[in-house]
Design a protein around this ligand. Structure first.
Ligand code: SF4
Length: 234
């Protein structure tokens, strides 16, 4: 009769082989992901976005190391993650009626001399003309968006609880968008993230054309004000 001690070397051998195969598999996947990521950075095209997102999340630690080795900065890694998430969410976001969407912009996007006061539902823009929020807010609200200027980190969750949107657009720096995307996933929201083009604590900037292009996805063109018609998807 075969005892456990007879099988022990075989079990150890098997575990060793499986481990080697697993490590090799991870390395192969890692290099494929590295290639796809560098290709995406150079061309702006995302190939196999589902595979990329799953792989980059599952192998995040190893991939960060590989990226560093090949000169891909952490910022670029995060940027690709945001683009991947947006690509994967785009179809579902497009299908959400605009009345069930909200847009959250950070308070740092305002002008330094912004006269807006803090209210229960965020900072209340006075459309003073010192920054572009003043013109974007009424246009997006006219389409049906709930528009919030976010004063602090817990604010978004509070507004989501109150208004229960199905889709949200979040504007922020890379880290904020990454964290916001994770939070949206936990709350079962379809999110689209837009990274600011200039970071900082005050007077940051965003590409408003990108904001409008995303905001108008799936929106009935007949309801879009003339100022925004040019941003409708062709
Ligand atoms: S337009 Fe609105 S958000 Fe911008 S500075 Fe004026 S009051 Fe503040």
């Amino acid at each position: 009769m075969t005892s456990f001690f007879d099988l022990y070397p075989h079990i150890i051998n098997l575990i060793g082989q499986v481990t080697v195969l697993f490590v090799l598999g991870c390395l192969v996947c890692g290099f494929v992901l590295l290639f796809l990521t560098i290709y995406a950075i150079r061309t702006g095209n995302l190939l196999f976005p589902r595979f990329m997102r799953a792989g980059l999340i599952f192998l995040e630690g190893m991939m960060r190391g590989l990226f560093k080795l090949f000169g891909v900065e952490d910022q670029e890694f995060l940027r690709i993650m945001v683009t991947l998430q947006n690509t994967l969410n785009r179809k579902a976001f497009t299908a959400i009626p605009v009345g069930q969407r909200s847009i959250f912009v950070p308070q740092c996007l305002r002008a330094g001399a912004c006269p807006a006061h803090l209210h229960e539902e965020g900072l209340k823009c006075k459309s003073c003309g010192l920054c572009q929020i003043g013109s974007a807010k009424p246009l997006l609200e006219q389409i049906g968006y709930k528009f919030f200027i976010v004063p602090g980190s817990s604010f978004i969750k509070r507004m989501v609880k109150r208004y229960r949107p199905k889709g949200i657009i979040g504007i922020g720096c890379l880290i904020e968008i990454k964290e916001g995307t994770e939070m949206a996933g936990q709350l079962n929201l379809i999110s689209m993230g837009i990274v600011t083009t200039r970071d900082g604590c005050v007077e940051t900037a965003v590409n408003w054309e990108e904001v409008y292009h995303i905001a108008l996805l799936g929106v009935n063109p007949a309801t879009v004000p003339a100022e925004l018609q040019q941003y409708l998807a062709l």
